[in-house]
Design a protein around this ligand. Structure first.
Ligand code: MG
Length: 251
């Protein structure tokens, strides 16, 4: 009796030691130009700004960059004017003074009008959760690029479910629910980063699990990091504008 049970016990023990099931691999190669583009959906005109809820941390209210620094922790050098901040090329990304893990983030952005450049060179920026995981900002209004790099893509991994871009010169919004990845004491991945994203009020990612950090032409594996890190906005050299940025801590 014992003899017959042993192999079963061995298999059960092996399964128990194996840890969480491996992440589902991406079916599409990174930046594959043949990956189908999501359908275009008109989100309608921009509405009034969404006011920050009472328990939100206001990261930018249109007046100053006191909640932001440059990559080195020095004062951020982006332009602030008429209630928005604008990327100043070559000054680098800006990141929040405070750090966040799980959070709800509201960001409004505007692509340059008239548009300049094509593909990835048209009003490229990005919202980086934990300074690692990018929700792409790009003028994808009548501007084609690879599907996993268009506006509201989880860069290099997942295109948005639909292309909900407004024309350049109009304010757009991202509402993001972010769950940070969890790591065990040895730095092993317990659960991946998860994002739900609304672009102009339209759901474009529903609890999507990232395969690791977002990157250009690469899908690197997860590497253990702190539970809380700054949120950052990308300087890709284009004069993208941002306003009304607030976050709710979900930790
Ligand atoms: Mg970008």
């Amino acid at each position: 009796m014992m003899k017959r049970l042993l192999p079963l016990i061995t298999i059960a023990a092996l399964l128990a030691c194996a840890g969480p099931a491996p992440l589902s691999q991406q079916d599409w190669a990174i930046h594959d130009p043949d990956r189908p583009l999501p359908p275009v959906v008109d989100p309608g005109p921009p509405g009034p700004q969404v006011p920050p809820p009472g328990d939100a941390v206001v990261l930018f209210d249109g007046t100053d960059l006191s909640q932001w620094t440059d990559a080195k922790g020095e004062p951020a050098r982006w332009k602030v004017e008429d209630g928005y901040m604008e990327v100043v090329a070559k000054t680098g990304a800006v990141k929040t003074v405070k750090s966040f893990g799980d959070c709800q983030l509201h960001v409004e952005w505007m692509a340059a009008d008239p548009p300049r450049g094509e593909g990835q060179a048209r009003s490229n920026s990005g919202v980086f959760l934990m300074d690692i995981y990018e929700v792409q900002v790009l003028d994808s209004y009548e501007n084609t690029t690879y599907a996993d790099g268009q506006a509201a893509s989880l860069y290099g991994q997942f295109p948005p479910a639909v292309n909900a871009c407004r024309p350049p010169g109009q304010w757009q919004s991202y509402d993001i629910v972010f769950r940070r990845p969890r790591f065990d004491q040895d730095g092993g991945l317990v659960s991946p980063a998860r994002l739900t994203v609304f672009h102009n009020g339209i759901v474009v990612h529903d609890a999507r699990e990232l395969t690791g950090p977002t990157a250009h032409k690469a899908r690197p594996p997860y590497k253990a990091h702190a539970d809380r890190l700054p949120i950052s906005l990308q300087d890709h050299g284009d004069p993208v504008r941002f306003r009304n940025i607030w976050v709710r801590d979900l930790e």
